[in-house]
Ligand binder design. Structure first.
Ligand SMILES: [Zn+2]
Length: 286
């Protein structure tokens, strides 16, 4: 069974809901908010990932995001990222979906999908929409300027604070003026990610894609987080084909196909007919 069974396939929308984001991150040993190996367990999401939390204590929130940036910045794409990057190339899809267009809509903020595509296909603009923003981007709270930023550390005052976290020491109280500032207006910068209580990015573009998609590949759990969980439902309602790749059969209600197992195992096999173990070779060759 494969998603290619829809002969009218014109467009494929792929969504990576946050459970798989957590999963992909765990594969790369990136601690997550709530994982069993997670740090920052003394804080809830509302302490760290909301506009309110940032207004109340930007120093604490920046230390958390600095910590995440330092870890994510050292991570490399895994076989799931590689399989999706290959599948985004039309010549790689000719067997399974010859005339299809493909867009990856991801909730991941670590940038690994984009990084993987850039490593493999540096001259191609990757068809990826990062609906929850980017860890390696800043947003000015004053002038609204968004800028890519992979500085490590992002500012001198945050240097080494990730070590405090590892040792379970309490975070520092860093003065506002020493936190990351905008190069244009000197306003306070915040991480360029979408927080709880905020709207997703590129929502119109995503709606248009989902409305046109006749195949949805849902990688991870499909039923937990809105609006990503609505994408597959919308495709299914229009008689499109839905395939779920997930370790657990949760949320496969509207799916026509279910591929159980870790996505770094199932994606290379199902999408490309390649052995998962060979995926890292692809990255090294290029
Ligand atoms: Zn600014």
């Amino acid at each position: 069974m494969s998603p290619s069974s829809s002969p009218s396939c014109k467009r494929v929308a792929t969504s990576l809901p946050s459970p798989v984001q957590a999963y992909l991150q765990r594969l790369e040993s990136i601690p997550t908010f709530r994982g069993s190996d997670g740090l920052w367990l003394n804080y809830t999401l509302s302490d760290l990932a909301t506009p309110r939390a940032f207004r109340k204590n930007p120093s604490k929130v920046w230390q958390f995001y600095h910590y995440r940036r330092e870890i994510a910045g050292k991570a490399l794409p895994n076989p799931a990222h590689i399989a999706l990057a290959l599948f985004s190339q039309p010549d790689q899809r000719k067997e399974i979906a010859p005339d299809a267009e493909f867009t990856l809509i991801t909730q991941n903020v670590d940038g690994l999908s984009v990084l993987c595509s850039q490593m493999l296909f540096p001259s191609t603009d990757p068809p990826i929409i990062e609906m929850h923003g980017r860890l390696f981007e800043t947003l000015c709270t004053q002038c609204g300027d968004r800028m890519p930023n992979r500085d490590s550390p992002i500012c001198p005052a945050l240097a080494g604070t990730e070590e405090l976290v590892k040792s379970h020491a309490k975070e520092r109280q860093i003065p506002l003026e020493d936190l990351p500032r905008c190069q244009k207006c000197r306003g306070l910068l915040r991480p360029g990610v979408v927080w709880f209580e905020e709207s997703i990015l590129h929502d119109e573009e995503i709606s248009e894609l989902v409305d046109q998609a006749d195949v949805a590949l849902v990688i991870g759990t499909s039923s937990q987080v809105a609006p990503a969980n609505l994408f597959a439902h919308s495709v299914a309602e229009r008689k499109g084909t839905v395939a779920v790749f997930n370790t657990e059969p949760q949320g496969i209600g509207s799916a026509h196909f279910y591929f159980p197992g870790p996505c770094e195992q199932t994606l290379p096999t199902v999408l490309l007919g390649k052995e998962p173990d060979k995926m890292n070779d692809v990255l090294q060759q290029d």
